[in-house]
Design a binder for this molecule. Structure first.
Ligand code: PLP
Length: 395
């Protein structure tokens, strides 16, 4: 029965029944006219979620990591300098990918729990009078630490330095959960995946690509075949695909977009803020601190919570799974053993989050944590009740 429980990992997220059914379909010929009829509006509607009217959407079979690779290989050449900060496991992995592709990776080291250092980026870009830096890479939501960076500040710093590097953003664990404004923030490539805010199975990298990035594409010399934007765009003109597309996932994305629009993107974003705040209040009631250094860095999709010293967060997540059949995120990288993560993104309601908080409380109590059973749940309940009362008042 434990497979009936929701997961509280920060992706892949819970798949609503409606999406499971949408993806559970018989094979469709991707060269048949009705695939074209499905596919083109999916691309168009996905733009709304990225906040772009000017950019294009490109979908690859793959996952977020494939999206990173597509972003760099379609815009950069071997030896090009890129600017990126390391403040968690995912920014670290993107750095590693850039290094393995032979880029000149200029890394700003930040403590984990901090976000993208916009001011420092601005200084470095201002000093780069020769224009060596071709791209600035930013992880919008660092899933390892529960830190969300302000992309508009990075854009401001780039503009302030009068630098024309591309801005490549990883929004894998933020898109379709919080507002994303690709055009307004001047993002050149935004990389996401199917299995987080879109609530689908893993299997698709979903990218928003600006006209500036497309103009850079022809000159980019990094090798690419499977992830080549040019092949993809050529095929899209006829409404098709350069190889076999994941038709079930594309059908799922159609229904995912319908669900997001039916709830209303604003309501989806508000729900994520409300759920996240309940989790933060629970952590505070337990006397535990977040990895995110300051409130303005708090992620609305995942909270990384330090366990008290002397406790092992891996033992906690393992116990929660074995005893109660509920998954929470483990601490990644330098936070392994020191923190656990609660994913609060995708298809979740207040009630579901309360069940997760109750579960982790039981697991903590079982392991002798100095917390009062029910304290975190009560703090979250108060917040959810108050939010509901406010919503009713303003309706
Ligand atoms: N970037 C971020 C912020 C992530 O959270 C993840 C995965 O969790 C990735 C990139 C990698 O994506 P994927 O696992 O879909 O390849």
């Amino acid at each position: 029965m434990s497979d009936q429980n929701p997961v509280f990992i920060p992706g892949p997220t819970n798949i609503p029944d409606r999406l499971r059914m949408a993806m559970s379909m018989q094979t469709k010929d991707h060269r048949a006219p009705d695939f074209v009829e499905t596919f083109a509006p999916v691309l168009e509607d996905t733009k709304r979620v990225f906040g772009t009217a000017e950019g294009e959407i490109i979908l690859f079979p793959g996952s977020g990591t494939g999206g990173w690779e597509a972003a760099i290989t379609n815009t950069l050449s071997p030896g090009d300098a890129v600017l990126i900060a390391r403040y968690g496991m995912f920014s670290h992995k993107w750095i590693d990918m850039c290094e393995r592709h032979g880029l000149d990776v200029r890394v700003v080291e930040c403590p984990w729990g901090e976000g993208a250092p916009a001011e420092r980026f601005g200084e470095i870009l201002a000093d780069d009078t020769a224009g060596e830096i071709k791209a600035v890479l930013v992880t919008h939501n660092e899933t390892a630490t529960g830190v969300m960076s302000d992309i508009s500040l990075v854009r401001k710093a780039m503009d302030g330095a009068n630098h024309d590097a591309l801005l490549l953003v990883d929004c894998v664990s933020s898109l379709a959960c919080v507002p994303f404004e690709m055009d307004a923030w001047g993002v050149d490539i935004a990389v996401s995946g199917s299995q987080k805010g879109f609530m689908l199975q893993t299997g698709m990298a979903i990218l928003g690509v600006s006209q500036k990035a497309l103009n850079t594409m022809e000159g980019a010399k990094l090798p690419r075949t499977y992830f080549d934007f040019r092949d993809m765009r050529k095929a899209y003109v006829g409404g098709g695909y350069p190889y076999t597309p994941p038709v079930q996932l594309i059908q799922g994305l159609r229904t995912s977009l319908d669900m997001l629009f039916e709830e209303g993107l604003g309501a989806v974003y508000d729900r994520h803020v409300r759920l996240a705040e309940g989790v933060r209040r629970a952590a505070s009631a337990w006397g535990l601190s977040l990895c995110a250094a300051r409130p303005e860095l708090y992620s609305q999709t995942v909270s990384a919570i330090y366990v008290p010293s002397g406790f092992d967060s891996n033992a906690l997540t393992e116990h929660a799974y074995r005893a109660y059949g509920v998954s929470f995120g483990v601490g990644l990288g330098e936070m392994n053993g020191k923190a656990f993560r609660i994913g609060h993104l995708g298809m979740l309601t207040d009630v579901m989050v309360l069940s997760g908080l109750a579960t982790i409380e039981m697991a903590m109590a079982d392991l002798g944590y100095p917390i009062e059973l029910g304290s975190g749940v009560a703090a979250a309940q108060e917040h959810y009740r108050a939010s509901r009362a406010n919503a009713l008042r303003s309706a």
